[in-house]
Design a binder for this molecule. Structure first.
Ligand SMILES: NC(=O)c1ccc[n+]([C@@H]2O[C@H](COP(=O)([O-])OP(=O)(O)OC[C@H]3O[C@@H](n4cnc5c(N)ncnc54)[C@H](O)[C@@H]3O)[C@@H](O)[C@H]2O)c1
Length: 347
């Protein structure tokens, strides 16, 4: 029988609740403890899921039974919490982004490497069966030479302004998913050019952020790409990708919660997901099971801290491009090339 890997979850908000429920339900995981700064929330989740609960992150670190921590606290806390986990010898699955800035993210990956703990980053699309299958076939050559990469990530409605304020900004919080997908599916990115605007509500501009963006990409292999993102798409949640090649084109992205179509006079109505939690139940489960399996089998996770750093380098380049109003070149860093980590080279 598969050994159950003993995990704890820190942070039980929008995403943490989902990870905790998945951990409690997975056959190969024992959810030992959940922690949230909000005592009422921690108690409710602990009682609901039948595990220990408390309000102090130190309780996870001090629990000898725990092998790994799923870190779902606000982004500004990630790096210090990874460093603490590394000191305590606990493996970490950290929600994206690792940090706001590349140097901070590197502190986390270095602490993990020094301590010999596994550090997986929460790019859940890498576990979604649709994207996994498309990427495997691209790598197998079924698409031929890649010409174009297009991806859309649009939220129906934005998170709270409090969340936005602590998110690291649009590119670091949102576009980062697409930048990771682009690297994974097509290869390293040589240049980005970003346009963005606060269109739905002046509050975004008030906190120095945007709510819509378009980013164009030039890959090192010569392919071109375009990313469009919105926090306020209104009609529902959309996450779709298309890759055009010399032999074939693949489109990924099915947004139906149910596979029904209601036809009535002069029209048809499809069911459509409203957020990432409805769209990706399977991906989040598989992501967590992958983390547990990498601990159980003592192998590197498929999405590492280096991937988290590389995506952050690209997100920072998008920010610089938006600020400067021109494309920004990104080149592989000396010493980080092996991990596929690029660096902003020049404007
Ligand atoms: N992969 C994805 O699809 C995805 C989606 C949304 C959010 N995220 C990421 O997940 C992380 C959390 O986002 P969220 O939307 O769940 O935020 P949230 O604000 O809903 O939840 C954060 C929780 O952390 C708790 N917390 C704060 N400080 C704490 C501490 N010191 N110790 C323990 N708990 C503490 C808060 O009380 C809150 O319950 C962010 O890094 C975000 O970027 C990822």
């Amino acid at each position: 029988m598969t050994r159950r890997v003993r995990l704890g979850v820190a942070g039980l908000g929008r995403m943490g609740r989902l990870h905790a429920e998945n951990a409690a339900a997975a056959r190969g995981i024992e959810l030992v403890r959940v922690v949230d700064a909000d005592e009422g929330l921690a108690r409710r989740m602990g009682e609901e899921l039948g595990c220990a609960w408390s309000t102090d992150y130190e309780d996870l670190l001090a629990d000898d039974r725990l092998e790994g921590i799923v870190l779902v606290t606000p982004t500004p806390l990630h790096v210090a919490m990874i460093e603490q986990a590394a000191r305590a010898g606990k493996h970490v699955l950290c929600e994206k982004p690792l940090a706001f800035a590349v140097e901070e993210a590197e502190r986390a990956t270095e602490a993990a490497a020094r301590a010999g703990i596994k550090l997986q980053v929460g790019f859940h699309r890498r576990f979604d069966p649709d994207w996994v299958s498309a990427t495997a076939r691209i790598r197998n050559g079924d698409l031929g030479d890649v010409y174009l990469f297009r991806t859309s990530l649009r939220d129906m409605s934005p998170p709270s302004l409090d969340y936005i304020r602590n998110s690291g900004g649009f590119f670091v919080d949102m576009t980062i998913h697409d930048l990771d997908t682009a690297r994974w599916m097509v290869g390293e990115i040589a240049e980005v050019a970003a346009f963005g605007a606060a269109l739905s509500d002046p509050s975004f501009a008030d906190v120095g952020d945007i709510d819509n963006a378009v980013v164009t990409l030039r890959f090192e292999n010569g392919a071109l790409g375009v990313v469009d993102n919105s926090r306020v798409a209104g009609y529902g949640y959309e996450c779709s990708t298309e890759v055009v090649g010399s032999k074939a084109t693949v489109r990924v992205g099915d947004h139906r919660r149910l596979h029904t179509t209601w036809l009535s006079a002069g029209g048809a109505r499809l069911d459509w997901v409203s957020d990432f939690i409805e769209r990706y139940p399977q991906a989040y489960r598989l992501e967590l099971e992958h983390f547990a399996a990498s601990i159980r089998d003592d192998v590197e996770p498929a999405v590492t801290g280096a991937d988290g750093v590389a995506a952050l380098v690209l997100a920072e380049a998008c920010r610089r491009s938006l600020d400067a109003g021109r494309p920004v070149s990104v080149s592989p860093a000396a010493g980080a090339a092996e991990a596929g980590s690029p660096r902003v080279a020049s404007r």
